[in-house]
Design a protein around this ligand. Structure first.
Ligand code: MEV
Length: 321
């Protein structure tokens, strides 16, 4: 969504949660992700001199960005080139509700919000493929060789079924699913996690390929479970997917502890979400009452923040420690 008002031109994007198939999606296998209703806004205003940034990670000129954010700087420069503007004269303020490094899509979301904000500022129409190619610059820098699922989900209003070589398609369910997302508070680095799986695969090719194939089979079954609204089956599949992610060595003690806690508290299934090695878990529940129960148990057992929601509503309820 883009808005232009007296406060400046605004670009916005939401977060994402991967239901099943993270990591294998890098190897051109399918995965399923849903929009997560926390958002990032980039407010772009005219300003004299060098491009400046105001964000929770960095405040200052674009030229002095920390190395972690250089991909974003490249995206911004490319936007200005495509808008036929000089590489100066704008101020970008970033307001984010999405915690960073938790597998919730903050890097794809911030890049998307910035691109939309800049195009909106210069009143240039933004084609979908142009948006993806601009966001990809920042994502390639942040994640190495991302599958592209994050940027597709943060720009989608619906759950998506995604495969690198096929692109994404919407996955509408006849019934709502009830989801809990719990943050361990630990930062997980997706680039490191993806590199670790790649290394494992090089060391034990047939064993890791067999796990990748098992996850692929889970994703296809999860697609059917979503299309038929079968939350019990989907829950079982989440748990199976978590067991496979453990074998890929991207889980850790806290993620496993929160998955077990969610199951003991009555979840239908639970797993880590995103790159892993920190970040968040998701749990599926029968209804909103169970979602609250599971959420409270997760907070009691160490989660820093818990959100729960129905996939058919935009309302997000947060429980904080
Ligand atoms: C990160 O959100 C998901 C991964 O599968 C990486 C990717 O798809 O680029 C771990």
């Amino acid at each position: 969504m883009e808005v232009r008002d007296r406060q400046g031109a605004v670009g916005e994007a939401h977060g994402k949660v991967i239901l099943v198939g993270e990591h294998v999606v890098v190897y051109n296998k399918p995965a399923i992700a849903i929009p997560f209703p926390l958002s990032i806004r980039a407010i772009v205003k005219e300003h004299m001199g060098e491009i400046s940034i105001d964000s929770s990670m960095y405040v200052g000129n674009l030229g002095g960005m920390p190395s972690k954010m250089l991909g974003l700087a490249q995206t911004i420069y490319r936007c200005l080139e495509l808008c036929q503007q000089p590489k100066e004269g704008i101020h970008i303020k970033i307001e984010s509700e999405i915690p960073m490094g938790r597998g919730l899509g903050s890097s794809a979301s911030v890049a998307t919000a910035i691109v939309r904000g800049i195009y909106n500022h210069f009143q240039k129409p933004l084609l979908e493929e142009e948006l993806y190619s601009l966001v990809e610059i920042a994502e390639n820098y942040a994640h190495g060789k991302p599958s592209g699922i994050d940027m597709r989900t943060v720009t989608s209003e619906e759950p998506i079924f995604y495969q690198k070589s096929q692109g994404s398609s919407c996955l509408a369910s006849p019934k709502p699913f009830y989801m809990v997302v719990a943050d361990t508070g630990e930062i997980g680095d997706t680039k490191t996690a993806v590199a670790h799986v790649n290394e494992l695969r090089q060391q034990r090719l047939s064993m890791i390929n067999a796990i990748i194939d098992e996850i692929e089979a889970i994703v296809w079954k999860a697609k059917d479970a979503i299309l038929t609204g079968d939350s019990k089956l989907l829950g079982n599949l989440l748990l199976m997917n978590h067991e496979n992610l453990k074998k890929l060595e991207v889980s850790n003690l806290m993620l496993d502890h929160l998955v077990e806690t969610a199951m003991r508290a009555g979840a239908l299934g639970a797993k880590l979400t995103g790159g892993g090695m920190g970040g968040c878990i998701i749990a599926l529940t029968k209804d909103m009452t169970d979602a609250r129960k599971v959420g409270e148990a997760l907070i009691k057992e160490g989660a820093k923040t818990v959100w729960y929601f129905s996939t058919h509503s935009k309302e997000l309820i947060r429980i904080k420690r």
